[in-house]
Design a protein around this ligand. Structure first.
Ligand SMILES: Nc1nc2c(c(=O)[nH]1)N[C@H]1C(S)=C(S)[C@@H](COP(=O)(O)O)O[C@H]1N2
Ligand SMILES: [Mo]
Length: 511
């Protein structure tokens, strides 16, 4: 495809503007599709903003401060504009390059896609799906560039088809504009809810992290998990965007009085707040599908009491706005533990991804049987009368949290110095509590380590201890003992059907 002649055909020269324009139209089409994809999927960072934010992240703090003090709050829009201008120049150059070196042009577009992908995936709150808009845009670049440039690419002496080129360019531009417009319209609901959420003032609090919860060991997951780094598990690609004024909850089934509760009604009630650790049944031994937050909401038991639960019921079937269902033992929400319809997480209205405006939190149960996000319907019923979403897919009907512990420090495969080595991590069995944590080095005796303090049995506990690391390779394992005296089993079980078991074991070497 590439021409090796020293003097390129004149017509290509004369249509040099055409080649550059082809690059720009191609670039715009890819950007437009990635914006559309981000809007459709409710992904907050589009690739351009992602790159701009990555630049801020990678720029030394004092430079950023200087820039902000120079240009004031226009810093972000200016940066985004700068990124866009740089992109236009690169698109233009890539288009020009395509005349003689199509490979180089593709390399420029692939390189840009790689930069965009890196920028969105290295964000602290990145999810793997954040890369979808970048990939969609990249695919469009690779398809549109040849589509636009074939009419320009003619053998020497022939006339390039200016007309075909213009028609195709116009078609691509119109298509892009329509796509971006559609994305704006479809993404508007989400943006409106985002705004409502930002402006909401709830009567909720955020206390400081309780004293003594941290064992102060560098590398341990923070005791309180920030909403932005809280794991997320759900079956939706596009999280439901629900205006609080459109939300209501129906409590029905085996009750004396059916209730329909509006958001205003809910937040006007007696609120309960608590530190509660939530984890996923799919969390592997040593995994990180677990987080601990300050939740604010209304006790489910109070609402059920108001509805009047009838004899014979043993479950609540919760349904979310997007159709997900989960089955929760009635006992778990009425036995006195702090099971709640949560409206707040870490002192803020729930993030949309974590169930805005209302989700359920039940200490001691895995999320898949309890923590229904975007919950709109609670039916008091019997387990024998329904099959919840995950149960139908082979997971257990009941999902009490299993006693578990994890080593955060050192990391598996770490190289450390010889001598005393501080080790640490977390242990949990919500609603029961952790009595002790023990470690074993190289298969030796289980020795107790120190626990952080906790405000209740509903959160995980940090632990730390010291082991003597002699020169060479080592294996460290951890186990927990619950407040009822249960010793964490070393028997390995898969996450399916009701949660993994086994001792988290890591290897490290000392020199
Ligand atoms: N509507 C809805 N709620 C849901 C789910 C879901 O797929 N849809 N997943 C559940 C699972 S499996 C878990 S572990 C928790 C995770 O909550 P988080 O995403 O806020 O961490 O939400 C639960 N609630
Ligand atoms: Mo889960």
């Amino acid at each position: 495809m590439s021409r090796k002649t020293d003097e390129p055909p004149r017509r290509i020269h004369r249509l040099g503007f055409g080649w550059g324009a082809a690059g720009i139209v191609t670039g715009a089409a890819g950007l437009g599709v990635s914006l559309l994809a981000a809007d459709l999927l409710g992904i907050r960072v589009n690739p351009v903003v992602g790159v701009a934010e990555a630049i801020i992240r990678l720029t030394p703090g004092h430079v950023v401060e200087k820039a902000i003090s120079t240009v004031g709050h226009a810093d972000k829009p200016l940066l985004v504009t700068g990124v866009l201008i740089a992109l236009l120049v690169l698109f233009w150059l890539a288009g020009r390059a395509a005349a003689h070196h199509p490979g180089r042009a593709l390399a420029v577009f692939l390189g840009l896609a790689a930069v965009g992908a890196t920028a969105v995936l290295t964000r602290p709150d990145a999810r793997p799906t954040d890369v979808i808009p970048v990939v969609a845009g990249g695919v469009v670049w690779l398809a549109v560039l040849p589509f636009l440039t074939t009419p320009l690419r003619v053998p020497p002496g022939e006339q390039p088809s200016r007309r075909t080129f213009l028609i195709r360019s116009a078609g691509v531009l119109v298509g892009t504009a329509v796509g971006v417009g559609v994305g704006q319209v479809l993404g508007r609901g989400r943006r409106q809810v985002e705004t409502t959420r930002r402006l909401l003032r709830l009567p909720i609090t955020l206390p400081p992290v309780p004293a003594g919860v941290s064992v102060r060991l560098r590398g341990i997951a923070p005791w309180q998990t920030a909403a932005t780094s809280f794991y997320r598990v759900d079956t939706t690609i596009v999280p439901p965007a629900i205006e609080p004024t459109d939300w209501s909850l129906r409590i029905h089934g085996m009750v004396d009085r059916e209730l329909r509760i509006s958001y205003q009604d809910l937040i006007g009630r007696q609120l309960t707040e608590d530190w509660i650790t939530l984890n996923c049944v799919s969390n592997e031994v040593g995994g990180n599908l677990i987080g601990n937050a300050w939740w604010s909401g209304v006790r489910l038991a109070d609402l059920l009491k108001e509805a009047g639960v009838q004899a014979g019921a043993d479950a609540i079937k919760q349904t979310s706005q997007d159709g997900f269902t989960c089955g929760t033992p009635l006992a778990a929400v009425t036995d006195g533990r702090n099971a709640m319809l949560a409206v707040g997480m870490n002192g803020q209205p729930l993030p949309i991804e974590h169930g805005f405006p209302v989700r359920t939190i039940v200490p001691g149960l895995y999320g898949y049987v309890s923590a229904c996000k975007w919950v709109t319907d609670i039916e008091v019923t019997k387990f024998s009368k329904f099959t919840a979403y995950w149960t139908a897919l082979g997971w257990s009907e009941q999902g009490p949290v299993k006693l578990a512990s994890r080593i955060d420090v050192p990391r598996d495969g770490a190289h450390v110095g010889t001598g005393p080595l501080r080790v640490g991590g977390a242990a949990w069995k919500q609603d029961t509590g952790i009595e002790a944590v023990q470690v074993s080095l190289d298969g030796g005796a289980w020795t107790p380590v120190t626990l952080g303090r906790v405000p209740s049995d509903d959160t995980w506990v940090q632990w730390s201890g010291t082991v003597e690391a002699s020169k060479g390779g080592h294996e460290l394992r951890v186990r927990a003992v619950s407040r009822t005296g249960e010793v964490q089993t070393g028997a390995l079980a898969d996450v399916l059907p009701n949660g993994a078991t086994g001792w988290h074991t890591i290897r490290f070497s000392a020199a």
